[in-house]
Design a protein around this ligand. Structure first.
Ligand SMILES: Cc1cc2nc3c(=O)[nH]c(=O)nc-3n(C[C@H](O)[C@H](O)[C@H](O)COP(=O)(O)OP(=O)(O)OC[C@H]3O[C@@H](n4cnc5c(N)ncnc54)[C@H](O)[C@@H]3O)c2cc1C
Length: 409
């Protein structure tokens, strides 16, 4: 494969890292990085945590901690509007066409929008980009109470952040429990208890019917599907995200539009790779394609794709890892949830808990830990290695908090 011209679509976490590493690994290549946002590549986790509270600045979580890497033609504030695979060119929003030999799609995801009455009102927010975070932070400075629609990771992180500022928070979740997609009952219950103790109003099994306003201009409450009205002056819609993959026409995708790639992160077009949130990679651990939305996945896939493009014969074999900080707690998630047939809980106190999921041969598939910050970081690393090794484990040993998980490696 010729790597004379490498074009990267999307200058977020994964795209920024791909550009930086490629400049080191393939200094002879022409590298073009095209990003819609008007900020140099940055990492997103602080947006729902310390950055939202004004406790960090974008420089601290920039992907390029030193000066912009040399050798990169970085087109900031430019959108890729089409890919012509036959002519191997991308078209961009300023009308230019840019040719490529190799294309890396790192276009991530966007917030899923909710169309309800009142969705246009001042005080209705989404959270995906640093602009969204700046708008939400400015809006919160005059707020008394926010209704958060969606009890997933981002919604709950924002609930925890606003409570630390004394702002009221309600969380509306359509599912029966919070974090239904990632946390099994014991972890979800422990975290829900903590949010309730911190004063968060939680409503599960209900959806948002409309956003209300007295003056027709700004939010003054919401109405739920069962008719309940909740007073609030801000609303955050945090109901998940959708892949930014519309430009990848005639490339294989899953039913949600996530780009399918093999274990070298190559799509059905051999000249096009996809990494990070927009990609679903072939996992030999799970023997299926899996789409992962996490910091670690963006970082590791960016590194791997550069080595593949540079000619190394390597494959992506890591189990997914992610985390979420809420109050003084961290949730560590490793592997793929909701596919196991056996569950084991390891619990040393009401809010120090690890939930494990195994297949019928007692091979670990998923672990979700909740505890004080840093408490389970080591256990999460060990769980990742246990998942990758696919070795059957003894449930009674896994359940015993007195036994060091490392002994099972
Ligand atoms: C608020 C928030 C908090 C998070 N917290 C955590 C956490 O605590 N732990 C964790 O593990 N993960 C967390 N994540 C997830 C993690 O940040 C993402 O998985 C990661 O950012 C994915 O990186 P990416 O490069 O694939 O996508 P992104 O970082 O989204 O970058 C994609 C970029 O591509 C650009 N783009 C899209 N389409 C085009 C186009 N056509 N032309 C040009 N540019 C385009 C977008 O504007 C964007 O800048 C969080 C995410 C969010 C939003």
């Amino acid at each position: 494969m010729s790597n004379k011209r490498i074009v990267i679509v999307g200058a977020g976490h994964a795209g920024g890292r791909v550009a930086q590493r490629l400049a080191q690994l393939c200094p002879q290549a022409g590298i073009t990085l095209i990003g819609r946002e008007t900020v140099a590549p940055y990492e997103r986790p602080p947006l729902s945590k310390e950055y939202l509270l004004g406790l960090s600045s974008v420089e601290q979580f920039a992907v390029w901690q030193d000066a912009s890497p040399a050798l990169i033609d970085y087109r900031m504030g430019i959108e890729v509007t089409g890919i012509d695979r036959r002519r191997k060119k991308v078209t961009v929003s300023d009308g230019a066409e840019i040719g490529y030999d190799t294309l890396v799609l790192a276009s991530g995801r966007r917030s899923r929008r909710l169309a309800v009455a009142g969705d246009h009102l001042a005080g209705v927010h989404y959270l995906r980009t640093i602009n969204d975070a700046d708008e939400l932070a400015a809006s919160l400075s005059g707020a008394t109470s926010i209704a958060i629609v969606g009890g997933g990771l981002i919604g709950l992180e924002v609930a925890a952040a606003v409570r630390s500022r004394g702002i009221g928070a309600s969380v509306i979740e359509a599912g029966k429990t919070l974090l239904g997609r990632v946390a099994a009952a014991p972890v979800s219950e422990a975290l829900t208890r903590r949010h309730i103790d911190e004063g968060v109003n939680i409503r599960t099994g209900r959806t948002l019917n409309r956003i209300d306003s007295k003056d027709g201009h700004s939010v003054n409450g919401i109405t739920l599907s069962d008719g309940e009205k909740i007073a609030c002056d801000r609303t955050l819609i945090a109901i998940g995200s959708e892949p930014e993959s519309a430009i990848a026409i005639d490339i294989q995708k899953d039913a949600q539009g996530v780009v399918l790639v093999d274990n070298q992160l190559r799509s059905s077009d051999p000249n096009i790779f996809a990494v990070g949130d927009v990609a679903s990679h072939w996992s030999s651990i799970y023997e299926q394609n899996i789409a992962v939305e996490s910091w670690q996945n963006a970082e590791q896939q960016a590194n791997l794709v550069c080595r593949v493009i540079a000619g190394e014969k390597t494959t992506y074999e890591l189990a997914p890892v992610s985390w979420s900080d809420q109050y003084d707690l961290t949730m560590n998630m490793v592997g793929m949830p909701n596919i196991g047939s056996v569950s084991v809980v390891r619990q040393s106190s009401p809010d120090e808990i690890i939930h494990f999921e195994f297949d019928s041969a007692m091979r670990l598939l998923y672990a979700c830990a909740l505890g004080k910050r840093g408490k389970h970081a080591r256990a999460a690393q060990v769980a990742q290695r246990l998942i990758e090794r696919r070795k059957p484990l003894d449930a009674s040993l896994v359940a015993d908090p007195a036994i060091d998980l490392r002994k099972m490696l």
